[in-house]
Every structure is written in structure tokens, then in C-alpha cells.
Design a protein. Structure first.
Length: 431
């Protein structure tokens, strides 16, 4: 009997999947691959049920002989293992980023005379409703909030990009790239105080108040599903911070990062060029303890950011603080540096990991930007934040366009580098 293989990455079975199984069963014995959680998060949306549950679900479908776990988005291992006569899939993968995976399967099959079958994708009212239910499970606060902790468990490093508006949120949500046949995307969003303030034309000195910052979170949450890490600056007064924790938690934010400074906060990338005061270990530990006491769920994370390297207080001070802040209840440690080379960051990570194997380390490689995610992960970093690159990319492009229109007294000269009008009016999906 012919062997037929199809790979599913769905949490819910609808008519479209049943149609694929029906077609497949007409050709031979059907094996369904379940794309593993790890592969799925690079490729598609975050799973709302885990891989074991999904395997059980696929096994229960009439016409399915066997279910196996597919650990990579490319089919190489699976095809080598079962040598299917047919691979069958919805034709939605003939366009968009998944096309590279389809073409790779076709190539593998052609090496031994296997056949690829693209079945017309089913889209009807039932499928639309299921899509909406899945969106709800991804976007609603109680689901979104806990996803950062899962990502820390599931990925070698959580790739986080800044967002400061609905539009930048959409870029972080939707950008998918293909490299060497693999797809990749960001895991989470960083709500940077620098970029949120800059977008409002204000300095990054805790001037933009929490009500306004929450408004930005809301704009982003309305159009995205990925988890949010909020830049909480110093956290303000401890008496205020406990309310911020409650609000963020209720909104579905996954983590707040607060830095161990007090008084007038200035952006860390100024370093010692401006006056900035570090809070004492006791003061800041108390803020962390009170924040942890205030939160209602186990999902929310309070991450302590250490400014000792920025303020040139030395490695020992940074390590002493990290230890104390973890003891006070911090769920993670962010270590920051404005040096161009990453040596002091790596030294901190290695020394911290000598005594603490588990507390997630967060870094923001804006200055030490030559280091790769893989190298950071090898030194125990769990979350990498690209804190300001979208804002810094947009600003010169906008400024140059404004200058050129002024120069030429018309917009023709700038048009070639602009998003086409057709694309801007269709950029945002309608509900
Ligand atoms: C931010 O993005 O606002 C940060 C990171 O706090 S940094 O600007 O490097 O201080
Ligand atoms: Mg900030």
C-alpha cells in the first residue's frame, strides 16, 4: 500500500484538515506529522495546546494510521525515515514564506519519484470562526501574559524587538524571514521607554506618564498577539510601583523590567556623561519584594535591571546586586552596558552563571551589537532585546523625505523609496 504523509501545525481540526485526510486516505496509508512546539514557534503562531495534546488530537481523526513528531520545519528527517510515496498539503503554502518549505519537499520527493499534492485550501465561515477563536486564545490577556515564561522554557533565546505603536507592533508581529530554508520571526515585544518617549517627542526621563504608556500598550495589544516586556524605568516610588504591577498584569503584559536608579532617570546610553544615581541594594530589593507581593498571578515577571556597568561601579557591584535582587524575588536579571565590545557583559553572564544556573539573564545589545544571538545564548543569556532599532531606522528615512520635498517643491523625487499607495491603503487587515 502507498505511504502518504501530511504535516499539521494546527491546534484545532476543521473541515479543511478533514478534507486533506480524506484525499490522503484515498491514496494509501496516512501518517500525520505533528510539527513540534519548538519548530512551530519559529514558523507559525504560538501553539495554544502542546505537542502531546496535538498528537492525540490528530490520532483521533478517522483515516489516520499513524502520528509522528516532526521536529524541524523542513521535512528532510521525516522523508528519510518513512519515504512516503505522497506528501499532501493545503495549497496555501504555494505562496508566502512557506513556499520555501514546499519547494524543499518537492525536491526531496523528486529524488526518488515521490509526489507532492497541493489540495485546494478550504476557507469558509466555520474555518473563519475557528481562526478567530485561535486569535482570541493568543491575544487575550490571560493567555498572552503567561507566554513569555513558556518561551523562556522552549527557546534557546527569546528574540525581542521594540514596539511603540500599533504599526511597529504589527511589524514585530508579522515579520517572517527565510534563511537557509528555515523561517524565523520575533518572539516578543519590548515597550521601550526611549522609543515610546521619542515617538511622543519627549525626553526619556520618566516624563511620559503611566497613563500614556498604558495607552501605547493598549494600541499594540489591539493588533498583536506576541508577549510584551514593559520597560518600567525605575518603577517610580515603591508605593506607586505596586499599582503599576497590578495594572500591567491585568492588561496581559508578561514582564516589567525596572532599573536600580533613583531620582531623575536619564537614558542609560548617556552613561556617566550625565548625573544619575543608583538606588542602594536595600532600597531596590524592597521595591522588588513589594512588587512581587502585589502581583496576583504566577505568570507575571519582575526583572531587575542592574546599572553598575553603565555607571562604572564595577563587576563585583553588579554581581552582588544580581544576587541580592534574585533573593528579593526578581524573576530575571537584566545587565546593561554601553561598551562597544561585549566582554564585560559576557564576563558578568559567566560569573553570574557560576552560582545561578536558572534565573533568566536579559541583555540589550545596542552598543555591543556585533555579538550574535547564538553567542549570547552560549553565555547563558535567555532574552535578547533589540531596544530601539525600528525607531532609529524610521527617523532618518522620514527626515530625508521631508528635506527632499522641501528641496524639490514636489514629492516626485522621493516616491521611489516610498511604500506604494496601493500597499499603504491595504497594509492593515480589515476585520
Ligand atoms: C529603552 O529602550 O528605553 C531602554 C534601553 O531602557 S536603553 O535605551 O539602552 O537604556
Ligand atoms: Mg528605557
Amino acid at each position: 500500500m502507498a505511504k502518504v504523509y501530511t504535516c499539521f501545525c494546527t491546534d484545532v481540526i476543521h473541515e479543511g484538515h478533514l478534507n486533506i485526510i480524506k484525499e490522503a486516505a484515498g491514496l494509501g496509508e496516512v501518517t500525520v506529522g505533528c510539527l513540534s512546539d519548538k519548530a512551530l514557534i519559529r514558523y507559525n503562531k504560538f501553539p495554544t495546546v502542546d505537542q502531546e495534546e496535538r498528537m492525540k488530537l490528530y490520532k483521533s481523526i478517522d483515516g489516520v494510521k499513524d502520528v509522528i513528531l516532526q521536529n524541524d520545519m523542513l521535512y528532510t528527517d521525516v522523508i528519510n525515515l518513512i519515504h512516503p510515496d505522497y506528501v499532501i498539503h493545503g495549497d496555501n503554502w504555494t505562496s508566502g514564506p512557506e513556499r520555501v518549505i514546499r519547494d524543499h519537499v518537492e525536491k526531496l520527493l523528486s529524488e526518488y519519484g515521490g509526489k507532492l499534492i497541493d489540495v485546494p485550501y478550504t476557507y469558509n465561515e466555520e474555518v473563519r470562526k475557528i481562526d478567530l477563536q485561535l486569535k482570541e486564545k493568543l491575544g487575550m490577556p490571560e493567555y498572552r501574559r503567561k507566554r513569555l515564561r513558556s518561551l523562556i522554557e522552549m527557546t534557546s533565546i527569546v528574540k525581542t524587538m521594540e514596539a511603540h505603536s500599533g504599526l511597529t507592533g504589527l511589524i514585530v508581529e508579522k515579520t517572517v524571514v527565510e534563511k537557509d530554508g528555515h523561517l524565523d520571526q520575533f518572539d516578543a515585544m519590548w515597550l521601550s521607554s526611549l522609543c515610546d518617549s521619542t515617538a511622543k517627542g519627549k525626553p526619556d526621563i520618566e516624563l511620559v506618564d503611566m497613563t500614556s504608556r498604558f495607552r501605547t500598550i493598549d494600541d499594540i495589544m489591539e493588533v498583536t498577539t506576541k508577549p510584551i516586556i514593559f520597560d518600567g524605568d525605575t518603577g517610580g516610588l515603591t508605593e506607586h510601583f505596586v499599582y503599576t504591577v497590578r495594572s500591567l498584569e491585568r492588561m496581559g503584559v508578561s514582564a516589567v523590567i525596572i532599573e536600580d536608579k533613583k531620582g531623575l532617570k536619564k537614558n542609560s546610553l548617556f552613561g556617566t556623561e550625565v548625573e544619575q544615581t543608583q538606588a542602594s541594594i536595600e532600597e531596590f530589593s524592597e521595591k522588588i519584594r513589594e512588587g512581587k507581593r502585589a502581583q496576583l498571578t504566577d505568570d507575571f515577571m519582575i526583572i531587575a535591571r542592574i546599572e553598575s556597568l553603565i555607571l562604572e561601579k564595577g563587576m563585583d557591584d553588579a554581581l552582588e546586586r544580581a544576587k541580592a535582587f534574585v533573593e528579593a524575588g526578581a524573576d530575571g536579571i537584566m545587565i546593561h552596558s554601553r561598551k562597544k565590545d561585549p566582554d564585560e557583559i559576557l564576563e558578568f553572564c559567566d560569573k553570574f552563571r557560576e552560582t545561578d544556573k536558572t534565573t533568566p539573564i536579559v541583555v540589550v545589545p545596542s552598543s555591543f551589537n556585533s555579538i550574535t544571538e547564538e553567542e549570547l545564548a552560549a553565555h547563558g543569556v535567555k532574552i535578547v532585546i533589540y531596544a530601539n532599532q525600528l525607531t532609529r531606522a524610521a527617523f532618518p528615512a522620514m527626515q530625508k523625505t521631508a528635506e527632499d520635498i522641501l528641496k524639490y517643491h514636489r514629492a516626485k523625487e522621493v516616491d521611489d523609496r516610498l511604500l506604494p499607495i496601493k500597499d499603504i491603503i491595504t497594509l492593515i487587515d480589515e476585520i
